[in-house]
Design a protein around this ligand. Structure first.
Ligand SMILES: C[S@@+](CC[C@H](N)C(=O)[O-])C[C@H]1O[C@@H](n2cnc3c(N)ncnc32)[C@H](O)[C@@H]1O
Length: 169
């Protein structure tokens, strides 16, 4: 599975996880939208949750948009592809540690790889980040359960368990 990123370049370059992925040859970055290949687009505004069923649609290509959260509004996700939101998972990066849904680019790509059943590829992607392993440990159970779902509706049903826990905490 190849990881591709449309790089908007409006976030702090020192903290940018996409640039670090590029530096370690783990993802391909594009500065022009037209160059981004067709695949599964990780889009937090998408109506449908990512599930193992989307592995067929991905053509081995997962795409993220690296930009600041301020500019990550719906209209920014103009890439061609099958748009999917990630289900409940928590960030492990130092900026947003423990926060649900708002993942860094590398966390989002790694989560997609896990949901598609490729844990080894997710570990490899997260390797250049000192908190990378923590992301997989923190989310071990939900990632395993999502990866065992047949489709998006099953993923959403599993997600309900975690949302209910959040509400009662
Ligand atoms: C908004 S950017 C922020 C990037 C951050 N500046 C960094 O250095 O990684 C994060 C990207 O990861 C993907 N992403 C993050 N959380 C997501 C979610 N809950 N569902 C789908 N995609 C998500 C999206 O492609 C999103 O645009």
């Amino acid at each position: 599975m190849e990881c591709h990123v449309y790089y908007e370049g409006d976030d702090d370059p020192k903290k940018c996880t996409a640039r670090r992925l590029e530096k370690f040859d783990k993802a391909i970055l594009y500065r022009r939208m037209a160059q981004v290949p067709y695949g599964v687009v990780l889009n937090p505004h998408a109506e449908q949750a990512l599930s193992p069923a989307d592995a067929d649609e991905s053509l081995e290509t997962v795409v993220a948009l690296d930009c600041s959260w301020e500019s990550a509004e719906e209209a920014s996700f103009r890439m061609n592809g099958v748009h999917r939101a990630l289900p409940f998972l928590v960030a492990a990066n130092p900026v947003n540690y423990g926060r649900p849904f708002q993942l860094t680019t590398v966390e989002a790509l790694a989560a997609a790889l896990c949901i598609f059943g490729d844990q080894d590829a997710a570990e490899d992607l997260l390797e250049p980040f000192r908190w990378g392993e923590t992301f997989l440990t923190l989310n071990e159970e939900p990632l395993r359960r999502y990866s065992e779902c047949a489709d998006s509706s099953e993923v959403v049903a599993v997600q309900e368990d975690y949302l209910a826990d959040e509400e009662s905490a």
